[in-house]
Ligand binder design. Structure first.
Ligand code: NAD
Length: 290
């Protein structure tokens, strides 16, 4: 089956990036959200990203125009999903939310539609159990920022068919991504490692081991990571990081218990770049204040 129509559910940090690479790949792409504002921002973000791409010689004018022609937005999931060949779900990392999206998709999508979730941690078998087509459900895990990060982790559930994996792999490759196949386990490969490192950094900050800047600098320059754990946490969103940790704590045990300081930041609304303030402060014209 050739994928032509892609529906991306959730126009946040990830959904807008996924919709961008999907439209660039030539798929007729509809980005759906419950928030008009998020949809407007996502479309604006796509326009700005294409402009930057043209300036850097990564995109031609024609590619940019085709991308924008392929990209649509909608507040109406039920009608959009009726013509989708592939659904990529990118709503917040909450089990009940994923469940309601999958149930709604099951009710309105044609039989052939493949359901992929961009979840960072939740079991594809559990996500598949919210539908009546478990053989057509898998995790398709993109990375932030989606248009720059080359990997997609593909995680099969218990009943995911080889045909579904093949279609997801081919779609990811068309979007310019490399893929890895991962066996089902909470947190897959990347989220499990990243959550552990990020959480440990919060424990260290709380214990006064070093300042946030110096912890980030030590990890970048001493361990050769491209970003420090706090820089990455602020980019990913501290709420997303906390949700991941809660799930890993529940499923893999005590070593993933979220650091109290991280919980406190999220309670205070310090969610990272998207809220203007996380571990660092971004409120002055997007510049880092510290
Ligand atoms: P986000 O909070 O930035 O965006 C979520 C979007 O979903 C928002 O626009 C919100 O309005 C929308 N939404 C909420 N409820 C909805 C509903 N019922 N129907 C439709 N839209 C709804 O979240 P995010 O960071 O983009 O994360 C989305 C998913 O991607 C999560 O599962 C997360 O774990 C995963 N993920 C995140 C990252 C990251 O770096 N942030 C990386 C990989 C995977």
């Amino acid at each position: 089956m050739a994928i032509q129509n892609v529906t991306v559910m959730g126009a946040g940090v990830m959904g807008r990036g996924i919709a961008y690479v999907s439209a660039l790949a030539g798929f007729h792409t509809t980005l759906v959200d419950i928030s008009e504002k998020q949809l407007q921002e996502a479309y604006e973000h796509a326009k700005q990203t294409t402009q930057k791409g043209i300036k850097r010689g990564k995109l031609t004018d024609i590619q940019a125009q085709n991308l924008l022609d392929n990209l649509h937005t909608s507040l109406h999931f039920e009608t959009t999903i009726e013509s989708a060949d592939l659904l990529i779900e990118a709503v917040p990392e909450k089990r009940e939310l994923k469940k309601s999206v999958m149930e709604m998709a099951e009710e309105h999508a044609p039989d052939h539609t493949i359901f992929a979730s961009n979840t960072s941690t939740i079991s594809p078998t559990e996500i598949a159990s919210f539908t009546k087509r478990p053989e057509k459900v898998a995790v398709m895990h993109f990375f932030n920022p989606v248009h720059l990060m080359p990997l997609v982790e593909i995680v099969k559930g218990l009943e995911t068919s080889e045909q579904t994996v093949k279609i997801i792999r081919e779609s990811a490759e068309k979007m310019g991504k490399e893929t890895v196949d991962v066996n089902e386990f909470p947190g897959f490969v990347t989220s499990r490692i990243s959550a552990m490192v990020g959480n440990e950094a919060f424990h260290m900050l709380q214990e006064g081991v070093a300042t946030a800047e110096d912890i980030d600098k030590a990890i970048r320059l001493g361990l050769n990571y491209p970003m420090g754990p706090f820089e990455l946490g602020d980019l990913v969103g501290l709420d997303a990081r906390l949700n991941n940790l809660k799930y890993l704590h529940e499923t893999l045990g005590e070593k993933f218990r979220p650091a109290p300081l991280l919980e406190q930041y999220v309670k205070a609304g310090r969610l990272g770049r998207k809220s203007g303030k996380g571990v660092y402060d971004y409120t002055s014209k997007g510049e880092l204040i510290k």
